[in-house]
Unconditional design. Structure first.
Length: 328
């Protein structure tokens, strides 16, 4: 291990969220930066901490272009493999309070055979889970194990959200048939938006896993690649579930639109029938109400009741005609 990594003159643990050594047995040794030690180093830093960013640029030993890539907050999952190390960007479900899960947060990784630098902007539950497993002595033993553990935790979080979306689509399908409410449109639109946002990041994340699986990286052993293959297959299944949910949500929205249009057409048709019934009555009353001489019954006290009776009979006849023709 490079003793410069433990130079206490420039290293301050307060610059890091975590700074530790793997004991290569599944646990950790809190790094003593006053002494050189052997093992795998893990530095986890917050990109919003100015001192951490300064350490990354000036003291981490990484090139400036690599540091900029590690601090980019808007990149999709990707991986770049170089002779010096692996630069990877992963995405995880945003489980922070007040956040939308589909607004996936980034986790940047710089990985060497004996050193890991991970960078976050917001808390990443997957990282916390890996850290807690290390504190309990059941965590990864090396860098390859760390990659597998992080991907497993990220995939678990994705799986929980994908299953929730799948169940939500099931509920929407049932509610559309039962309630036929236009209010469901907003819920369906929200679900479809969640699916689009999740798929945007999960697809390239699967490609990252595949790339790590097929590349010849000396410190990623066959056993680790088997885990990566399994994680990749699980991720692919989640993508299929999202595609299925998206199609079902689309069909559900079409069904809802059809039901709403059917109800609207039925209402318009009913109003058209009512208008048709009253059209001749309106014509008759309008004709009798014109202000000219010669209106029949103008001076007869019984004329009003005669006109009323004729109107009722006319309306009844029209109703019977529509009823017989099955228009009603």
């Amino acid at each position: 291990m490079n003793a410069a990594l433990f130079n206490g003159d420039w290293m301050n643990k307060e610059h890091f969220v975590y700074s530790l050594l793997f004991d290569e047995k599944g646990g950790i040794i809190e790094a003593d930066f006053q002494e050189s030690s052997s093992g795998t180093l893990w530095f986890h830093i917050d990109s919003q901490n100015e001192e951490s960013v300064e350490w990354l640029y000036k003291k981490s030993g990484l090139e400036e272009i690599t540091c900029k890539a590690l601090l980019n907050s808007d990149s999709r999952p990707r991986v770049t493999i170089t002779p010096k190390g692996i630069l990877a960007t992963l995405r995880g479900i945003n489980l922070n309070p007040g956040s939308d899960p589909e607004d996936m947060i980034f986790l940047h990784l710089w990985i060497e055979e004996k050193r890991i630098i991970s960078i976050r902007q917001h808390k990443v539950k997957a990282v916390e889970n890996v850290y807690n497993s290390l504190k309990s002595g059941i965590g990864p033993k090396n860098v390859a194990g760390f990659i597998v553990s992080i991907l497993i935790e990220l995939t678990k979080g994705i799986g929980e959200i994908v299953n929730e979306i799948y169940d939500e689509v099931d509920d929407l399908e049932d509610e559309v048939i039962i309630t036929k409410s236009a209010d469901l449109r907003l819920r369906i639109s929200d679900v479809r938006r969640e699916i689009i946002m999740l798929r945007r990041y999960i697809m390239p994340q699967r490609d990252v896993i595949l790339r790590l699986q097929i590349e010849d990286i000396p410190w990623i052993k066959a056993e680790d690649k088997n885990y990566l293959r399994e994680i990749g297959e699980i991720t692919a299944r989640y993508i299929d579930d999202l595609d299925s949910s998206r199609e079902r949500a689309g069909v559900t929205q079409e069904e809802l639109n059809n039901l709403i249009n059917e109800n609207m057409n039925r209402t318009i048709y009913f109003l058209s029938i009512i208008s048709t019934i009253f059209l001749p009555l309106t014509f008759m009353t309008g004709l009798l109400g014109i202000n000219v001489g010669g209106i029949p019954g103008a001076k007869s006290e019984a004329a009003f009741w005669v006109v009323l009776l004729i109107s009722i009979l006319l309306g009844l006849i029209e109703y019977l005609i529509f009823k017989r023709s099955k228009k009603l």
